[in-house]
Design a binder for this molecule. Structure first.
Ligand SMILES: NC(=O)c1ccc[n+]([C@@H]2O[C@H](COP(=O)([O-])OP(=O)(O)OC[C@H]3O[C@@H](n4cnc5c(N)ncnc54)[C@H](OP(=O)(O)O)[C@@H]3O)[C@@H](O)[C@H]2O)c1
Length: 292
């Protein structure tokens, strides 16, 4: 199987580059290999490589900057995935793409299902929603996996930041009113690869029958505040912590250019019914992520 992976330097793409390796030849692109802003080069690369599967972990993910760089966010999160979907369809290659809980406004008090009304509050969420819609219009065999609160221990995602703050500050001020489903990039990559394994031998037919949007975040939900507490409790080197306590705050205490949805727990049961797979509970996964 020839797999074309975009976003190999990102949190998720880095993991996918490893978990997809057993399936065949991977052609993995990061921004240094191909700037996706150059959509002609993108189209030509796909046509040259003629992959059997395209996995897109690339995205414009700078939520606050997107409020200013609207055009760039729309290009990378709407037009680029649309081109990938079109080229994939022409090749009879399934297309796996990721979207976000930020397509919702975060006002629902129970978990969001795929049938719930979208209403993004910021440009990033709007651009990702437009990407979903564009892929849906193209059709073909595709899976759009809406995920949330993705973290990796590489780079400076939320978990790494908390561990770093805990070594420098005595008090951490963390919001209590943002609630979501933390998702370890490695586990999301593992589940994606398990889907690919299940799709053999007729991957096109398998994904064609299941084409659609699926929620896929770590099971359960937690506030940023309690997530932080869990990170500190599971810190593999607690003796290095300087932090003495957590101070509860509200999102309104930290004004940002982009408005964030508050409660975006994802109901992932449609994914489990379709693919027979789960993303385990966020806390069990965090424990695995932090275990030495
Ligand atoms: N992070 C979250 O909390 C979260 C939550 C919900 C959904 N998601 C979705 O999950 C997916 C993966 O997210 P992630 O956290 O892994 O994102 P990420 O770490 O920001 O990675 C994005 C990737 O896209 C690449 N990219 C950006 N602009 C590019 C360009 N012009 N040309 C080529 N490559 C470009 C980035 O390159 P660089 O390495 O140079 O940046 C990086 O490899 C995305 O679809 C995202 O929208 C993420």
């Amino acid at each position: 199987m020839r797999i074309l992976l975009f976003g190999k330097t990102g949190q998720l793409g880095w993991e996918l580059n490893r978990t997809l390796a057993p399936f065949g030849d991977i052609y993995a692109f990061g921004p240094n290999d191909l700037d996706l802003v150059d959509v002609d080069a993108l189209t030509n690369s796909i046509r040259d490589l003629r992959p059997d599967l395209i996995v897109n972990a690339s995205a414009y993910t700078a939520v606050d900057r997107a409020e200013q760089e609207t055009e760039l966010a729309m290009l990378l999160n709407e037009k680029v995935p649309m081109i990938m979907a079109e080229e994939a369809r022409k090749l009879n290659a399934p297309f796996i793409h990721y979207s976000t809980d930020y397509v919702f406004d975060g006002t629902k008090t129970s978990a969001y299902t795929e049938d719930d009304q979208t209403n993004p509050l910021n440009v990033y969420g709007q651009s990702k929603l437009k990407g979903e819609q564009a892929i849906g219009q193209v059709g073909g065999a595709y899976a759009i996996l809406r995920t949330s609160w993705v973290y990796s221990l590489r780079g400076d995602g939320f978990v790494s930041k908390v561990l770093s703050w805990a070594r420098k500050q005595e008090t951490l001020k963390i919001v209590t009113d943002q609630v979501g489903s933390p998702t370890w990039a490695r586990m999301l990559a593992e589940v994606t690869s398990a889907m690919v394994a299940r799709s053999y031998p007729d991957s096109w037919g398998y994904f064609l029958e299941k084409s659609g949007v699926y929620h896929l975040g770590g099971a359960g939900s937690v506030s940023r505040f309690d997530f932080t507490r869990a990170i500190l409790d599971l810190d593999p080197r607690p003796e290095e912590q300087k932090v003495k306590g957590l101070e509860a705050a509200l999102t309104a205490d930290f004004p940002t250019p982009a408005i964030r949805p508050l409660t975006t727990t994802l109901d992932c049961s449609r994914f489990t019914r379709a693919f027979g797979l789960i993303l385990p509970n966020w806390k069990d996964t965090l424990r695995l992520a932090l275990e030495n």
